[in-house]
Design a protein around this ligand. Structure first.
Ligand SMILES: *Cc1c(COP(=O)(O)O)cnc(C)c1O
Length: 230
């Protein structure tokens, strides 16, 4: 299958899943995860109408943005090192992976320098898995007010990457927990957190059923990634 055909199928699945969950399909946006794929494959997806692309490495964003059409939107979905904030900030429409207060403060400071106001998501490790990055639910409750007060960033919502599970019903509670944490923060701090970034190729249907507004889908669009090329 071509990238255009894969994209059409994923878009149709997103639409049908949203409808059957009683949601408006327009509330769910597809982030095509293009990490490891060269610009010509991304151009194919763009020609088929895809606008939002997700990358997990700053270096790949720096290389790909100049090679592709200007109307595309780039989302950083992987760990952001503090020394790369300045380079990547002007190129990203959204950063999904803010995983500490100190990173949020750093982004805020640099956004001020660059006169930007980036849209950010706070990455939450809902399972409390120590090997994974992200705020624990306790930490985010503790630090949310401080983050919300940073003037040069817009906290647009939450993101999570649950551990892979063959049985999809095992991941559903993590998505549900992210949504209820969002609802709790909105209520407590009287703020808007419209975005929930959750769901990948194998589990985005479940994520949509649990309220995802951004699904991050790579291999179902581009095929299996090959990491052997480095
Ligand atoms: C790679 C990646 C994805 C996409 O994964 P697929 O299984 O290829 O859909 C989604 N989110 C994050 C954070 C990723 O790193």
């Amino acid at each position: 299958m071509s990238i255009a055909e894969n994209l059409a199928e994923v878009n149709e699945t997103v639409r049908a899943t949203a409808l059957s969950a009683g949601r408006n399909p327009a509330e769910v946006r597809l982030v095509a995860v293009s990490k490891t794929w060269p610009a010509d494959r991304i151009a194919e997806a763009a020609a088929a109408g895809q606008i939002i692309f997700g990358e997990n490495k700053v270096q790949e964003i720096l290389e790909k943005v100049p090679a592709l059409p200007d109307h595309l939107e780039w989302h950083l979905i992987g760990t952001l090192q503090k020394n790369k904030v300045r380079k990547v900030l002007p190129l990203c429409a959204m950063i999904h992976s803010i995983d500490s207060l100190s990173l949020a403060e750093r982004v805020n400071r640099i956004a001020e320098d660059l006169e930007l106001r980036p849209r950010l998501l706070l990455q939450v490790n809902v399972a409390g898995d120590e090997a994974k990055s992200g705020f624990s639910p306790e930490k985010i409750r503790e630090e949310f007010e401080t983050i919300l007060a940073l003037p040069r960033i817009e906290v647009a919502g939450l993101m999570t990457v649950p551990a892979f599970a063959d049985d999809l019903e095992e991941v559903r509670p993590f998505f549900a927990q992210l949504r209820s944490l969002r609802d709790e923060l909105v209520e407590k701090h009287d703020c808007a957190l419209p975005e929930l970034s959750m769901g990948m190729s194998h589990d985005y249907r479940i994520a949509i059923e649990e309220g995802a507004t951004l699904v991050r889908v790579g291999s179902s669009i581009f095929g299996q990634r090959d990491y052997s090329q480095g």
